[in-house]
Design a protein around this ligand. Structure first.
Ligand SMILES: Cc1cc2nc3c(=O)[nH]c(=O)nc-3n(C[C@H](O)[C@H](O)[C@H](O)COP(=O)(O)OP(=O)(O)OC[C@H]3O[C@@H](n4cnc5c(N)ncnc54)[C@H](O)[C@@H]3O)c2cc1C
Length: 353
């Protein structure tokens, strides 16, 4: 459609644009490589009263089988601007950049702070949305600011990290201000010549007994290897990586809920695992809850299954529908709730339901 000045595509299948690979078509889709294209896309959606979905790398999405009855805006703004800050190395990165490519670049420049977030799929613009985290790091620790198009005030706005409302898997972008901002660029402040972050137990174990202190690159490679072993690295030929990553958040329990969980565990001669990284934030392992609710890795329902390598990932075994993914989600939630009295909250974003 040329009259809008936008390269609009119609009836575009969304499944191939996501890592889980389910769902129907977008009524319209536009790929924006410039800020003015983002603005034009918003105007187009508003003029036709079409719902707007912002798409990054599609690695945290479950798209409905009926698709998206509106405009999908794929943010593809590229580019990295790197300069020295006061005691930090500053990187202004286009929202459409591949996240792991940026991590690789920062590590190659000997800048620390995001090395443990290696191997996470998706775009830079997606990282502030759920405050991406893994292996002891969260992007809230290194994001300095976010540049976004504000749909409410119809202007481009810088937001300081403190204004982004970062918490566990949360920010204003996926909670109080959901749908308001289109992230255009993210500024990270990284640490020059940093010592890698080795707090996480999997990493400690990986490097135990080593003779020299691991470098940032060693940590990056280790994380990618650990992730691959869990199906948490998108790897050609690994059917377990056709997922949206962890499907459930680790629940954060109040004291009374935790006591009740321990009581129920004791009744079954089980002990609630006490991982220091989770305990610090009063979180319980969702994977443990799933595995102790009668589900095994590889448990299958139709063409959807639990990953054979990780109890938290729901995998499209080939040709699955969104309805099949949701049926497995519901079954897991129901059983965990029945047995443990805890409702698991899904992590991915459900689109078009
Ligand atoms: C194998 C695998 C492993 C994973 N491991 C982890 C992990 O360890 N830790 C973790 O936190 N996550 C993990 N994830 C989830 C996912 O990779 C991250 O949440 C990622 O940051 C999502 O980015 P994306 O660009 O793919 O976003 P998308 O999936 O495209 O979108 C997710 C949400 O962000 C919004 N969004 C995306 N881009 C923008 C933008 N520019 N402006 C405004 N809103 C936007 C979308 O509208 C949507 O609501 C994993 C996923 C997979 C498949």
């Amino acid at each position: 459609m040329q009259s809008t000045g936008l390269a609009l595509q119609q009836d575009v299948p969304l499944a191939p644009l996501t890592t889980l690979g389910v769902g129907g078509c977008a009524q319209f889709l536009v790929r924006a490589e410039q800020v003015r294209e983002v603005e034009a896309a918003v105007r187009f959606a508003e003029s036709r009263q079409l719902p707007l979905l912002v798409l990054g790398g599609g690695s945290n999405l479950v798209v409905a089988d009926r698709g998206w009855p509106g405009l999908v805006l794929q943010v593809a703004l590229e580019g990295i601007c790197h300069y020295h800050g006061q005691g930090s190395e500053v990187f202004e990165v286009g929202a459409g950049m591949n996240w792991d490519c940026f991590v690789a670049e920062s590590v190659s420049l000997d800048c620390g702070g995001i090395e443990c977030l290696s191997g996470i799929p998706g775009s830079v613009g997606g990282t502030p949305v759920q405050n991406v985290g893994a292996y002891g790091q969260e992007i809230s620790q290194t994001v300095a600011s976010v540049l976004a198009f504000d749909r409410r005030d119809n202007c481009v706005k810088p937001l300081k990290a403190a204004e982004c409302g970062f918490a566990y898997r949360q920010s204003i972008f996926n909670s109080s201000q959901m749908g308001r901002y289109i992230i255009l660029r993210v500024t990270y402040e990284l640490f020059p010549a940093a010592r890698p972050d080795l707090r996480y137990v999997d990493l400690e174990r990986y490097f135990a007994g080593g003779e020299r202190r691991p470098t940032l690159l060693d940590v990056r490679m280790a994380i990618r290897e650990i992730r691959a072993a869990k199906g948490m690295l998108i790897t050609a030929g690994d059917p377990d990586s056709r997922s949206a990553g962890s499907f459930f958040k680790n629940p954060i329990l109040a004291e009374a809920q935790y006591v009740e969980l321990e009581r129920r565990a004791a009744e079954s001669n089980l002990q609630v695992p006490n991982y220091p990284a989770l305990a610090r934030q009063k979180k319980v392992s969702a994977a443990w809850l799933v595995e102790n609710s009668g589900f095994t890795k590889g448990y299958r329902r139709g063409r959807a299954s639990i990953s054979t390598k990780h109890a938290l990932a729901i995998v499209n075994r080939g040709g699955a529908t969104a309805a099949e993914i949701l049926a497995l989600r519901d079954e897991i939630q129901l059983r965990v709730n029945e047995i443990w009295g805890i409702r698991l909250e899904p992590e991915p974003v459900f689109v078009g339901f």
